[in-house]
Design a protein around this ligand. Sequence first.
Ligand code: NAP
Length: 251
Amino acid sequence: MATYDVADRSAVVTGAGSGIGRAIALTLAANGAAVVVGDVRQEAADAVVAEITEAGGTAVAFVGDVSDPAVAVAAVQAAQALAPLRIAVNNAGIGGAAAPVGEYPIDSWQKVIDINLNAVFYGTRAQAPAIAENGGGAIVNISSVLGSVGIPMSSAYVTAKHGVVGLTKNAALEYGAQGVRVNAVGPGFIHTPLVDANLDTDAQAALAAQHALGRLGDAQEVANLVAFLASDAATFVSGSYHLVDGGYAAH
Ligand code: NAP
């Protein structure tokens, strides 16, 4: 596990009840941050809080739907009650329908854009001024390798993830002078419940072969990069899009 100093501060992690977000929450807590474990499901958030506290860390569960702007504001307040907010990871996301653009269901498009893009805006909008007031810190927005390339049948997801990269650059420009670093992370295909829900074994094997390393990634491998970006080890890293994709985008 990565060891980066993130002590004496709180962190908001959305979608932290499962997969990549869970690994990020556990890693930040193990490195000293007090973590707001955000998720839409109470039992998922509670289970991660229990893991953190059993390991000696500090965490609280925060239940809410990230596509509600008020939830982003309330999550910041929950974090400030623990310690000054200086880290936010906007991670919650969904896959969406699989269809070509001409047949893409409008409701699925809107849901994917709401959760995977609009919610990252709501989060960053609430978090950046609070982190600035606390003297600075870091926001990490979870995009995807599909924030830089497309993949057939997933136009909503690809559009949202490209949008996250643009939002990240703009927020970095606007808040850098106040000490707020904003970065995007682009995971390749990572073995999580999201991937299991959307891709069968054959599809996962075919995708594994698309990565230079010949396998899917592990959530901890993404959390290691996020912990670095969130920490004081990355004080000159901002406005960038960082792949952790096992070489998927290399060809
Ligand atoms: P995951 O295992 O499904 O975890 C996502 C978590 O977010 C789940 O606990 C989910 O709750 C929660 N969530 C979903 N909608 C929410 C909402 N509206 N409000 C609050 N929480 C919500 O997914 P993951 O694979 O770890 O993905 C995490 C992030 O990484 C996503 O942004 C995803 O796009 C991105 N990513 C994943 C991969 C990959 O290959 N896994 C690759 C690149 C990028 P439920 O379980 O109840 O839905």
